[in-house]
Write a protein that binds this ligand. Structure first.
Ligand SMILES: Cc1cc2nc3c(=O)[nH]c(=O)nc-3n(C[C@H](O)[C@H](O)[C@H](O)COP(=O)(O)O)c2cc1C
Length: 368
């Protein structure tokens, strides 16, 4: 595998340690950069349109080592409601994902499928109530169904089926979306999980269903391909929410994932330089790695403006690279900056700041 450095020498930038090939949970990658999962609505009927393959290929071509797809709904009617969000098991979806994977592989990239269920955030467009741990929803929202143990078993089968399809389509890894206030995270969060059975209570018990999903997916996805779990403290609609108040609580949750077969953790936070708990500078990915020993991915406001690339404080490239060099975490995910800058990694590597545009909200309306 050719290092990106070979063709794009670094000019006065300290980015080099992120640009070398690396093996992550057994998967060889061309760089330490990851494309963060981002929902883009280009999959009518749940089937990725042809431009989806070109979109992912372009990022892989330009130095992103591992792509994580946008959230892909598992094949259960309660997983999601929007027509243009991709699914794993709908009609021609498998063949279409196979094309996406082939395009990414053709340029030396690697790609993970993110498996997703919306939980309480599914709209009841067809009269079907959302499935949630305890029926708790935000005030003013329609009632939701507290999942029975039979419902839990049914969903485990949907995740298992999605994992089988992802394996057949050739994905290099799967990522289980257990972050941001969607179903699996609603189990982790005490506010939405009020269960008194084996799936609620202590942090370890709240992790029991997400961990069962990990086990079900692991059993269907080839053992030599990584299974990543994405988790967060914050919810999309509650930035101050937390699944773990202390490192010990986080340990109980992440250990349940590790014991169920997770090979890596993707710790979602909004700003990578912020400490996850008082008393230590470690960020959430840093804590995840320290507690479990598993390789981790960090994310959160990396590279949003060109200022990031000018050596500086903890929120700059210097701070990021220092943390990687110290072994705090292993990979670095880029989200919004890649929307308007598919070639951000190669431009940044070459010090071509003039070729980079700072992130703007309007980039979310473009697709190239
Ligand atoms: C348009 C958009 C769609 C997103 N969709 C998903 C998703 O499907 N799954 C997920 O786990 N995170 C999703 N996220 C969160 C990103 O993966 C990432 O964590 C977040 O944007 C922070 O990284 P950034 O600061 O580099 O953008 C999305 C973010 C954006 C901006």
């Amino acid at each position: 595998m050719t290092a990106i450095l070979t063709s794009h020498p670094v000019v006065d930038l300290a980015l080099a340690p992120l640009l070398e090939p690396v093996t992550f949970a057994g998967l060889p990658l061309a760089s330490r950069f990851v494309m963060a999962p981002m929902t883009r609505f280009h999959s009518p009927g749940g089937v990725p349109a042809p431009e989806v393959a070109a979109y992912y290929r372009r990022r892989a071509e330009h130095g992103v080592g591992l792509l994580v797809t946008e959230g892909v709904w598992v094949g259960h009617p309660t997983a999601g409601h929007e027509d243009t969000v991709p699914r794993m098991t709908a009609g021609a979806a498998e063949a279409s994902w196979r094309r996406v994977v082939d395009e990414v592989h053709a340029v030396g990239g690697r790609i993970a499928a993110q498996l997703w269920h919306l939980g309480s955030l599914r709209e009841p467009v067809d009269g079907l109530a959302a499935w949630t741990p305890s029926g708790v929803r935000e005030p003013g929202r329609p009632a939701s169904r507290a999942m029975t143990v039979a419902d839990i078993d049914e969903l485990l089968e949907s995740y298992a089926e999605a994992a089988r399809v992802a394996a057949r389509a050739g994905f290099d890894a799967v990522e289980i979306h257990a972050a941001h206030g969607y179903l699996l995270d609603e189990f982790l969060w005490p506010f939405t999980n009020r269960r008194t059975d084996a799936f609620g209570g202590s942090p370890a018990r709240r992790a029991a269903f997400p961990a069962a999903v990990v086990r079900a997916v692991r059993a269907q996805f080839p053992a030599d391909r990584p299974l990543i779990v994405r988790f967060s403290q914050f919810k999309e609609r509650r930035f101050d929410a937390r699944i773990a108040e202390t490192p010990a609580e986080l340990d109980a949750i992440l250990t349940a994932f590790a014991e169920a077969g997770a090979s890596a953790l993707h710790a979602s936070q909004r700003r990578f330089w912020q400490p996850a708990f008082p008393g230590s500078g470690l960020n959430l990915a840093g804590w995840a790695k320290r507690l479990t020993g598993l390789p981790t991915i960090t994310v959160g406001s990396v590279g949003l403006t060109r200022d990031f690339l000018r050596p500086g404080g903890p929120e700059s490239v210097s701070g990021l690279v220092q943390r990687v060099a110290a072994g705090e975490f292993d990979l670095v995910a880029l989200g919004r900056i890649l929307l308007g800058n598919p070639a951000w990694v190669t431009h940044a590597a070459a010090g071509r700041l003039d070729d980079i545009v700072d992130y703007r909200k309007s980039h979310e309306d473009t697709y190239h």
